[in-house]
Design a protein around this ligand. Sequence first.
Ligand code: GCV
Length: 723
Amino acid sequence: MIVERKSGWRLLIIGMAFVVCLLTPGPANAEDGYRLWLRYDPLRASDIAGYKIRVTALVIQGNSATLAAIRRELSDGCSGLLGTEVPNAADAGKAGSVIVGTPESSSIVAGLKWQTELARLGPEGFRIRSLKLGNHAVTVIASNGETGALYGAFHFLRLMQTLQPIDKLDIAQKPRLQLRMLDHWDNLDGSVERGYAGRSLWNWEALPGTVDPRLRDYARANASIGINGSLLNNVNASAQILTPEYLRKVAAIAEVFRPLGVRVFLSARFSAPMELGGLKTADPLDSAVAAWWKKKADEIYHLIPDFGGFVVKANSEGQPGPRTYNRSHVDGANMMAAALAPHHGVVIWRAFVYDMRPGYDRAGAAYENLQPFDGKFAANVLLQVKNGPVDFQPREPFHPLFGGMPKTQLMPELQITQEYLGFSNHLVFLASMWREFFDSDTYARGPGSTVAKVVDGTLEGQHLTGIAGVANTGTDRNWTGHDFLQANWYAFGRLAWNPDLASPQIAGEWIKMTFTRDPQTIETLSRIMIESHEAVVDYMTPLGLHHLMWGGHHYGPAPWWNTFERDDWNPVYYHKADARGLGFDRTETGSNTLSQYHAPVRKEFADEATCPEKFLLWFHHVPWDYRMRSGHTLWDELAQHYQRGVNWTRATRREWDALAGAIDPERHTAVAKKLALQERDAVWWRDACLTYFQTFSQRPLPAGVEKAAKTLEEYKAKSLVRR
Ligand code: GCV
């Protein structure tokens, strides 16, 4: 009997589990992070009430692939969020109709006579309004372009995902920047340079015959945040991507991206005319070379009519370029631009150029190389400049080229993948770092000449604008390796759309869409995210230190490193620790690359007393006993920063553990594991750096800073073997 009773219970439990499974939306592995922020699970009944009467039918006239994508997204999104199917309808004969389209695709939109307003917003902008059609309260999402209508649809869904009211909408938006690109440093063998989330998303072997369905989801995610371009291959480019065989593969990808408004770009190897065309030279002033690029451009546009253009890394880190032939960057860029111009394509020329000279300062190299060419680049060339003057360090001052080339269209390059920020192991919300960058005042045209204004073209009246982010995506199921790092992909897109968005707003949106709508949990997660960048700077490179990582893989600390053949690849070149003090003197008494900034910035940074302490050791070599604004000595303050970073990782782990019931178990466990690695690494950074710098400072650790567990020799040995 007892046995029978037990099995009866068992059956009941299995039966109940089955019912729960049937009622649970989404696939069984719903919490594996695959759905990113596009999770359309039902909202709570209390939240839905106001939405249901406003969303009773979808009216999307027309038949293009983009309109089909809008229909599918809104249908999945609205039905999912409201927990009931929202049908498609042919006309707006019902209260609660959501009408989407352009004046061309939709007779209803055309009838509203919004042409002037829609023309002002452009083909990617959109208008969303609550209004009455006849007697019915409806919502209209309209744009002059179908991509704009798609962006409007995603915006509408985001309003519900983030629990915003939708009954009195009057929204008009357009992107502030024109090119909003993800740059993939993906190699043709499937590996990803500086990728920490699996392999490349593009399966070149299977293409063009088989296109992974995942690519549609990738493009969808991009479209949801307004990203409209994707550079498919590494800027350390192989010429092979330009062969007919590979161009057909690229065309197959472009086909999938097109309905979602994402255009493809390719990195072009400057020497391709030699490697593929058999020419003896790649000299940009050679007519056969120019003719080769022209023919190549024609071939590409024949296959991919909306091809975006070329990204070129030239004469940088061993890549070929015009300087190989004693020609200038302008000669190279403009020659390629001429080939693309008839097709309305662009050349994105990278400013990451830093040929080493004895005694030079790498932080000043790009400016020295490119600034003299201001005003000389063709109208379809953008100069792509990293946010800081060295290389995506945890914190850098803004690059002096921003504000330094008023007659050139500058396009910032941000790094979403965390080459120098703990790979996909460390939780760092990069929106805070990017905010600091956009808000930096260049003083190019007096106070208020922020980087955001340089970049969006308003400061100097640029016509072509853009931004690129080096992607952190890969074949990992959750796309980015760490569930929280999806937030950086999201934040990049949102800031590319509007570089003035505040980081807490972006964090809040993302958390609600991705993790939870519980106000208290949102508050905790948002605070953790906002604090995270400063914390990572604290335990890696506080007070303006930079480039302390070990050379090749860039993971973990090795401030002692001095054996790379190039001085400027060695950490000792950057921190310049000695018995007197620490830091790189970039003032008049040192490299004087501070002179590349406009006078007010220069003046502020040049004086130790006014230089923001977060940049102190970037611009100054400071004595160990220098009094910081807190009253502590430099040495003590440095040590306290390192400790503070470690403390943050510990506190964050405790807070995360306490959220066990508030976050789904799969992602809670996955993130907890990553946070444990982050604490381990923070301790490693603190101990390795302080133990090493102490050999110069010869001072004891201040109270509250923990002693290292190992000797300097042991830390040195560790950096040799770790990945
Ligand atoms: C794609 C740094 C990285 C390289 C990268 C280079 C660049 O040096 O370590 O991996 O190469 O920047 O941006 O070109």
